[in-house]
Design a protein around this ligand. Sequence first.
Ligand SMILES: [Zn+2]
Length: 385
Amino acid sequence: MGRQKFLDDYGLSRSKKYFIELPDGTLVDSKPIISVALGKKLGTEPVRGFVGGAGQAKPKLEKLGFKVIALSESSVPPLSISRRLAGPDLPRVGETYNNRSQVKLAYGGDINAGIIRFPGDDIVNVFSDATGPYADEPPSLVKSFGYRGAGLVGPQRVESVGNARLERARLEGAAVRYWYRPKGEPLSFVSWVVVIGRSWTNGPDIKGVDRPEIEWELRTVHSRSPESWPEDLFEAVDSATEASGDVPSGPEATAHSTYEQLLARVEALTPSASGREVVRVNLARSQAARRAVLLRSEGSCENTRCTGMPADRNRKGQPILDVDHVQDLALGGSDHPSNMVAICPNCHASKTRGDSVRWRREFAKVARTAHLSAVASARSQDEGR
Ligand SMILES: [Zn+2]
């Protein structure tokens, strides 16, 4: 009969903390249910006035086989957010909730998993939190961006529930809802995204242990309808699918890979100029190139005129550095460490918002020099052995 009608029919008020979770993820008020049940057993009106919560109602309901969950006071939504059915039109882009529990009360689903579907809805949702266990970076609205795979501990696997959902969306070319929560702000359904592809990288799990991790490459789109998607997005999806490197054992996914190993990987995955096939997006190659550049930087901004890096650290405890293509990939720049620099967010902002022509010239020199000296030092170490 639905949550509201049940409460209205019996003249009961909503639960403040304890809810029964039904198998489909729906939440219903715990104390009203047991009030009615007791009344039925005794052949009376709903039994009122007993103490609910952890003391009485919760253990009784659990004994009867119900799953009872406790929500913090702040996450219990007003009745106006009663359960709705998610679908192509709901949630709407921009819908905002205080937290995952409120999303669950509105649509169902799981409050912990990063990649979920709502009950009765086929569309995949990915959740990203700037303060979550992964300290995710904000999404980019203008180019593709990374989203770390599901799995907090141990090697990540494509077959695990959440990743398998996203993999299916990738293979089917189905749009996915992207939810993001900036630090200290509410959670919103920010945009529809398309899964361009995935690659393997290396990262510590939440226990700090090195492991292969999946890096999903996502790109925002204006709507979930493929007719509205730009032509180059389809090309990117096709070439990422064609590209090899679908194994978690490449140097890009292994701890302690050297600049030489990463460079060899980049070059092995670069199609020869004479080749017929033009693979523009090879995510394994990009990942290897990124790691090579970060390794080369030794944790310092590569801009020789850097005026100071931010003191904050990323989730790996490393200084915050952006890996930037000097010549944009989209404008024909190569996905190779000799065209890439690791720069701090301050210098990155200077390049993006300042005199970008001058900075591009400057960083081209920086990238070439840093690349050649990394290669030379690797060579001299080899000879010294
Ligand atoms: Zn800098």
